[in-house]
Design a protein around this ligand. Structure first.
Ligand code: ADP
Ligand code: MG
Length: 265
C-alpha cells in the first residue's frame, strides 16, 4: 500500500515536470439536431495529457469517448471551452492552422482502420506524406520501412481486402506514425479484432510509448487499462481521472469527481 502511495507521489511530481501536450479546459460539445433539439455529448471536461503519458479513457458506448477524441485531436471543435496543444490555445486558430497542428503533432488510429481500399498497404501508410507533397520515391521508402518495422514486410503491396484485421490495423498505425507525431490518439483500436490480435495491437502501442510517443487509448474494454499509466473514466459525457485527488489537480479543478450534467447544461 505504501509502495502504491509512493508511486503515485512520484508520478504526480513527474507529471508536473513534463510538458502538457494536450489540455482541455471546461470543454463541452452540444450537437444541434434542429427543431430546438440538442444533444450534449460531453460537458465540463477538464483533461490533460503530459508528454510521454500512456493514458486510457474508459467508458461505455455513447459516453462521449469519440467526441472527446475528435476534439482533443482537432478533428472537431468544442461548443465551449478551450483546447490547448503544447500550451497553445487552438480554439483561436483558423481551420487551416488547426489542420497544420493536427498533421504535424497528432496521429490517429480508428476502430474501423479507415484504409482506402484501392491503395496498397504502403500507399495507405504514405497518405500523410502525399498530403504534405513528399516526393514519391521518398514516401515509398519511408512507408515500406515503417511497415517492415511493424512486421508487414511481406505485405507491402497487398490491398486492404487482402489483409487480416490485425494487419490492416498495423497499416493504420503506420499511417498514424509516418509524420512522426508526438501523440497517437487511438479510438477503440482493438474493437474489430479478436482478443489475441487486439493484444498485439496494444503491445505495439506500449512499445511506441516506450520509444517516447505519448499515447491516448480510448476504449470500453476494462481489461486494456492495465497497460496505462493514467486511467480516466468517462460516463454520460463527464470525465474523471482514477485516484484523482492530489494528482487530479493536474487535470484541473473538476478532476476527481463527476459533475452533475443536469446542473450545467
Ligand atoms: P462513444 O464514442 O463513447 O460511443 P460518442 O462520442 O460517439 O460516444 O457519442 C456521445 C453522445 O453524443 C451519444 O449520445 C451520441 O449519440 C451523441 N453524438 C455523437 N455524435 C453525434 C452527432 N454527430 N450528432 C448528434 N449526436 C451525436
Ligand atoms: Mg466511439
Amino acid at each position: 500500500m505504501r509502495k502504491k502511495i509512493e508511486t503515485e507521489k512520484i508520478e504526480t511530481t513527474a507529471s508536473k515536470n513534463r510538458k502538457e501536450v494536450i489540455k482541455l479546459d471546461d470543454v463541452c460539445k452540444v450537437y444541434n439536431m434542429g427543431e430546438g433539439v440538442e444533444v450534449t455529448a460531453i460537458c465540463g471536461i477538464n483533461f490533460v495529457v503530459h508528454e510521454g503519458d500512456f493514458s486510457c479513457v474508459l467508458g461505455p458506448s455513447g459516453s462521449g469517448k469519440s467526441t472527446l477524441l475528435h476534439i482533443m485531436g482537432l478533428l472537431d471543435t468544442p461548443t465551449s471551452g478551450k483546447v490547448y496543444i503544447d500550451g497553445i490555445d487552438t480554439t483561436k486558430m483558423s481551420p487551416d492552422e488547426q489542420a497544420a497542428v493536427r498533421g504535424q503533432k497528432i496521429g490517429f488510429v480508428f476502430q474501423m482502420f479507415n484504409l482506402i481500399p484501392s491503395l496498397k498497404a504502403w500507399e495507405n501508410a504514405a497518405i500523410p506524406l502525399t498530403i504534405r507533397g513528399v516526393p514519391l520515391v521518398e514516401r515509398e521508402k519511408r512507408a515500406k520501412e515503417l511497415l517492415t518495422k511493424l512486421g508487414l514486410g511481406e505485405r507491402l503491396d497487398h490491398y486492404p481486402s487482402q489483409l487480416s484485421g490485425g494487419q490492416r490495423q498495423r497499416v493504420a498505425i503506420a499511417r498514424a506514425l509516418i509524420n512522426n507525431p508526438a501523440v497517437i490518439l487511438a479510438d477503440e483500436p482493438t474493437g474489430n479484432l479478436d482478443s489475441k490480435t487486439g493484444r498485439e495491437v496494444i503491445d505495439i502501442l506500449v512499445n511506441l510509448n516506450k520509444e517516447g510517443k505519448t499515447i491516448v487509448l480510448i476504449t470500453h474494454d476494462n481489461s486494456l487499462t492495465r497497460v496505462a499509466q493514467k486511467i480516466w473514466r468517462i460516463k454520460d459525457g463527464r470525465i474523471k481521472m482514477d485516484g484523482a485527488d492530489e494528482s487530479g489537480k493536474d487535470a484541473g479543478k473538476d478532476a476527481g469527481k463527476y459533475n452533475d450534467v443536469n446542473n450545467e447544461v
